[in-house]
Design a protein around this ligand. Structure first.
Ligand SMILES: [Zn+2]
Length: 226
């Protein structure tokens, strides 16, 4: 009996759109060791070879519909047809279910963002896809694409905050406000960064999320010092 445990396992899924069953590779959490996080919470792992970020998106090999565990099962009226026209009818069958290289990971997130936009997923869900695309471009030092997707993510977090659509997600209001500030800073929108940092700092006496307040204060002092 082979008892060697590999970092990978196969997750059984059902496509939310066409209902076909398929398999997607995932990474066992026991193999994942975070070294440190960037200021926008991008995880840096001790080994980039086993990167769980590569495996968050499930791509249906049959119809191309791409989603994450945060997508809702509900399709607003007309959106199924829209995805079938824009995605499935143009889909050339590809299997994203195996071990992925970074370019496949990026492609999978772009597919999920496109499907999520058409399906009108919550802004917070779409933001989470865009920020991860930016992180992946950061890993391969593609600054132009990183900036482009940080901006998309910032706009989605801003809409999420303004529409309060983050309720029931894993994101707290404070974390969203902080990310609007941090991403604004990273794309050179300093005025907006300061405005949203001050919103975080205002809550320092009422929140339990001390780490986020401290990160905001750090960035605030850094901006004021320049
Ligand atoms: Zn499908």
């Amino acid at each position: 009996m082979n008892t060697t445990l590999t970092p990978y396992y196969e997750k059984k899924l059902q496509c939310l759109l066409c209902k076909t069953n398929f398999i997607s590779t995932k990474i066992r959490s026991s193999f994942v060791k975070v070294d440190f996080y960037d200021k926008d919470f991008c995880p840096n792992y001790f080994s980039d070879e086993v990167n769980p970020l590569f495996y968050s998106v499930f791509v249906c090999p049959h119809c191309g519909f791409s989603f994450t565990e945060y997508f809702s099962k509900y399709f607003p009226p007309g959106t199924r047809e829209d995805i079938i026209n824009k995605v499935s009818n143009r889909w050339v069958s590809q299997d994203y279910g195996k071990i992925r290289k970074i370019k496949h990971a990026i492609a999978s997130y772009k597919l999920a963002a496109y499907c999520g936009e058409i399906k009108r997923e919550k802004n917070v869900t779409i933001a989470g896809l865009y920020i991860r695309i930016a992180w992946l471009y950061r890993k391969i030092n593609n600054k132009v694409q990183e900036q482009r997707f940080l901006r998309f993510a910032m706009n989605e977090y801003l809409n999420s905050y303004l529409n309060s659509d983050f309720h029931g997600s894993q994101m707290s209001e404070l974390k969203i406000i902080y990310l609007i500030a941090e991403l604004s800073y990273q794309i050179g929108e300093e005025k907006q960064a300061v405005l949203y940092l001050s919103k975080v700092i205002e809550k320092q006496n009422t929140t339990t999320e001390r780490t986020i307040v401290e990160m905001a204060l750090e960035r605030w002092h850094e901006i004021k010092a320049t």
